[in-house]
Design a binder for this molecule. Structure first.
Ligand code: 26W
Length: 824
């Protein structure tokens, strides 16, 4: 027993090796000769997991003993990615593990590669939640993530004849070594039924929700390892379980199969992540998922609180609940229900407690992404919540300034119910009203929130909206993803930057150091070679390592304007063919990103990129000076290979539409120069890296707004006056890239012309090409390019999610670090 205990804790090479052999045999049940790479991955993950448990329990105990204020980050998405490298790196045992595997004749890289991605998110919002978990743990903040343990993560994207095809992502197929099932942590969650009114013990009106259907939420916990491993927090994900009624009880023949069917149906709640990024489809199952995980999380939070307290007055000083977008906003009504109906707290008191506890982050201004659930559905699925929402609304509207001023139009805009057409519950308004702080995710986005979606609310509550510019974790996005650059940085300024990214500013002076520049270039080249090999493996296309790696990786969406990038590629292709004697700077355009399965325009643009790529990549006339690749199945693991290898970072959304962006930060931190519009966090990136070290182009958000308000934009005129744009569009519309189906791209051309070019692709085309030329020109001067790249890395420290999370901790959550007591 003693030896076993040592084996589970030791961090040296021998101890690790012994644990691997033990786990392989006794838990995975394999002989070393028969073990597959996956077996080895499970073996190593389980051995590493052993080394987390003590510190995990210490952390939990510490929070409990101090009755510390906790942060609960409620998010329908956590885009975690792989955890093996992350755990090893944060525990500081990467090299020990590599050597232990080496002694067993195994390649660490192959073991790492056997881990599937935890892709429980769509894009930016989900990845932000994952970065925040890392930063909270690193800074010893008592932070819990709450979400859904989807059986199927974001779909796997493949290309068939250049078209996106979706396959299920079965990440749990072979088990998940990182999670701990907690079958005893189980909460009932109800749906449907009706509300009964009755008189309580003091004769007041009260309500009870009856005849409802029940589902159980079962917890699965994953440890979240902070840097250095001192603090290990918890990500608690809920899985739907049928109630026991389905398992026991008697059935006659017909009822038995019906009951089993019901069991399957109720467990569908945690089956699959909705793949929509920014379009609300109004599906009942999605709404039920939102309530399912929110209700379970709130029940868990109140249970934990009540271990130390016997009334709710101190809830706001012990718990901060952050709503990651409106997806968990039904939690406002659920908290009111739990306090008023279940715990007999008076309404006004309950409302004060709720508002002091909740805060809400908005991630998008796109109208089609703002959640608004039909009243008819809400009252059917959650009848008591609908009543509570009406009550909140009535009390608010009665007291609002708009009522006092008799301004009915304003009152209608402030209402929680959109009365136009079919009546809907505006979840953004509910989240705003039920929170003490509401934040945007970049300075520009927060300003626009005040001017647009929440203008009326901002007037009503001028202190509520605050900005928290997004950030990214330097552990995953620099230390782990880019060992070459990380080692170079550490060799010059030490390793303090890993937890204090602002220290990178010490590299500013190194931008003028030719030796450092040479080494910086060498690191980039190494990363580009790695990406080139990956591209060859994934697409069969051979790319030149010395070309500009021009990267646009993000969800496919019209507002992100991958089409603008592609039109530039076509224009460049034409110029190269027209001028074969010019010594062109070779360019590799790299695209990656998924389209929502029902977003036909986005899928058509993917097909267009693949069609253009096929023509360009095989045209000997361009002498390999231009290559276009679309990497399939973009996910966190692919991003870890792409980000460190980029030279040019495409951040080209229509100004005013990208809330922040976080890929922009990953790329700049890894020494890519940005070509971008003044949108989202690009504005702040320019302020930090300096306007000489970024390529800005295009209309500003204000100019976009004026242009739309003035109605004075005619895309046909713009196209007619720009020969290179006209030629590119003509080629697409005449089937040069789709001879087998010349009309294939008419919907795209339609959108750019008669459709009014909603995203201003044509309006920004000329200035974009100018900025691209400037970038190509600069690339001819490797010293100057590298100098600017270094200044990007050196000045990106502010974009660490450690900084972001600290701002939330101080200004919204009012939580403090709870550090381990020093044994010494
Ligand atoms: C209801 C459908 C739906 C699904 C997801 C609507 C909206 C979303 C998210 C808000 C989409 C998203 O991920 N937004 C991104 O959030 C990032 C983190 O704040 C920002 O950096 C991106 O700019 C923003 O698009």
């Amino acid at each position: 027993y003693k030896t076993r205990e040592i084996e589970r804790r030791s961090l040296d090479v021998d101890g690790l090796k012994r644990s691997f052999l033990e786990w392989l045999v006794y838990s995975v049940g394999k002989d070393a000769r028969a073990a597959t790479r996956r077996d080895w991955f499970h073996t190593v993950a389980l051995s590493v997991r052993d080394r987390l448990v003590d510190r995990w329990m210490d952390t939990t105990r510490r929070y409990y003993q101090e009755d510390a204020k906790r942060v609960y980050y409620l998010s329908l998405e956590f885009l975690i990615g792989r955890l093996l490298t992350n755990s090893l790196s944060n525990l500081g045992i990467m090299e020990e593990c590599r050597q232990a595997l080496d002694r067993l004749g195994l390649s660490m890289d192959e073991v790492i590669d056997a881990e599937p991605d935890a892709a429980l998110g769509n894009g930016g919002l989900g990845r932000l939640a994952a970065c925040f978990l890392d930063s909270m743990a690193t800074q010893a903040l008592p932070g819990y993530g709450y979400g859904i343990r989807y059986e199927f993560g974001l779909f796997e994207q493949r290309f068939e004849h250049g078209w996106q095809v979706e396959y299920p992502e079965q990440w749990l197929q072979f088990g998940n070594p990182w999670e701990f099932p907690r079958p005893e942590v189980l909460y009932p969650v109800q749906f449907y039924g009706r509300v009964e009114e009755f008189r309580d013990s003091v004769g007041e009106k009260a309500y009870r929700w009856v005849d409802a259907e029940r589902v159980l939420a079962m917890a699965y916990d994953t440890p979240v390892v902070g840097y250095s491993g001192e603090t290990i927090n918890t990500l608690r994900l809920w899985s739907a379980r049928a109630t026991r009624d389905f398992n026991f009880g008697h059935f006659n023949d017909g009822a038995y199969m019906k009951a089993v069917e019901q069991k399957v149906l109720s467990e569908n709640l945690s089956r699959v992540l909705y793949p929509n990024d920014a379009t609300e489809t109004g599906k009942e199952l999605r709404f039920k998922q939102e309530y399912f995980f929110t209700s379970a999380s709130l029940q868990d939070i109140l249970r934990r609180f009540l271990q130390h307290h016997n009334n709710f007055d101190d809830l706001p000083s012990k718990a901060a609940i952050q709503l990651n977008d409106t997806h968990p906003a039904i939690g406002i009504a659920e908290m009111m229900r739990l306090l008023v109906d279940q715990h007999a707290v008076r309404w006004d008191r309950a409302w004060d407690i709720t508002r002091a506890t909740f805060a809400y982050t908005n991630h998008t201004l796109l109208p089609e992404a703002l959640e608004a659930w039909p009243v008819r559905m809400v009252e059917r699925v959650l009848p008591r919540h609908m009543q509570i929402i009406y009550e909140i609304n009535a009390r608010f509207l009665n007291r609002s300034k708009a009522r006092a001023a008799g301004d009915n139009a304003r009152l209608a805009r402030l209402s929680l119910i959109d009365e136009r057409g079919d009546r809907r519950v505006r979840m953004g308004n509910l989240a705003f009203l039920g929170s003490h702080k509401v934040n945007g995710v970049s300075a520009l986005h927060t300003d626009l929130m005040k001017q647009t979606v929440f203008a009326d609310f901002h007037q009503e509550f001028p202190d509520r909206i605050t900005n928290k510019t997004n950030g990214i974790t330097p552990r995953r996005w620099l230390k782990q993803a880019n060992p070459a650059l990380s080692e170079l940085i550490t060799s010059r300024i030490g390793d303090g930057w890993i937890h204090d990214l602002g220290q990178l500013t010490s590299l500013v002076e190194k931008a003028d150091d030719v030796v450092f520049r040479e080494e910086f270039r060498r690191a980039k080249r190494k990363n580009k070679k790695r990406l080139a090999a990956y591209i060859a493996r994934q697409t069969g296309v051979e790319v030149q390592v010395d070309s500009i790696f021009d990267v646009q990786v993000k969800r496919m969406h019209e507002y992100k304007r991958q089409l603008l990038n592609l039109l530039h590629a076509v224009a460049l292709y034409n110029e190269m063919r027209d001028n074969p004697m010019v010594s062109w700077v070779p360019v590799t355009k790299i695209f990656a990103g998924k389209a929502a399965p029902s977003y036909h325009m986005a899928k058509l643009i993917i097909k267009l990129i693949n069609d253009v790529a096929k023509v360009v990549n095989h045209d000997p006339a361009v002498h390999d000076n231009l290559k276009i690749v679309y990497l399939p199945n973009y996910n966190v693991t692919a991003a870890e290979i792409i980000m460190p290898a980029a030279d040019l970072s495409e951040q080209i959304s229509t100004a005013g539409l990208e809330a922040s962006g976080t890929g922009n930060m990953k790329l700049a931190l890894n020494g890519a120069l940005t070509i971008g519009t003044l949108d989202g966090a690009n504005v702040e990136i320019r302020e930090h890296v300096g306007s000489d070290n970024i390529f800005i182009f295009g209309l500003t958000a204000e100019e976009v707004a004026d242009l739309k308000a003035g109605g004075g934009f005619n895309p046909r005129e713009v196209i007619a006056s720009n020969p290179s744009l006209k030629r590119a569009l003509d080629m697409i519309s005449t089937g040069v890239f789709s001879p087998e189906d010349p009309n294939r791209y008419h919907p795209i051309l339609q959108a750019l012309t008669d459709g009014g070019d909603h995203f201003l692709v044509t309006a920004d085309f000329a200035d974009y090409c100018r900025a691209q030329e400037a970038a190509m020109e600069l690339y001819r001067d490797p010293e100057e390019w590298t100098r600017k790249a270094i200044l990007n890395t050196a000045n990106m420290g502010w974009f660490s999610s450690d900084r972001t999370v600290n701002e939330y901790a101080q200004e919204i959550w009012e939580v403090k670090p709870v550090r381990a007591v020093d044994d010494g």
